[in-house]
Design a binder for this molecule. Structure first.
Ligand SMILES: [Zn+2]
Length: 62
């Protein structure tokens, strides 16, 4: 399961807008549409852990 967008929360405590950035923006910065603050897009996947560990936790379909 892969997503093309990354969800971020604006770090500004007065804003806290939920932003979406394209996966291509990883490691770069996007601008918050609400307050204009630059938000760095993390290199890793979205805040929700959905890495190999999660996949391994699921039993293989038979
Ligand atoms: Zn903001």
């Amino acid at each position: 399961m892969s997503t093309n967008t990354i969800r971020l929360i604006c770090p500004s405590l007065r804003c806290r807008a939920i932003l979406t950035a394209p996966a291509a923006a990883r490691g770069k910065a996007v601008r918050c549409g609400q307050c204009g603050m630059r938000v760095k897009v993390p290199d890793a996947a979205a805040p929700v852990k959905a890495g190999p560990a999660a996949a391994a936790a699921e039993p293989p379909a038979k």
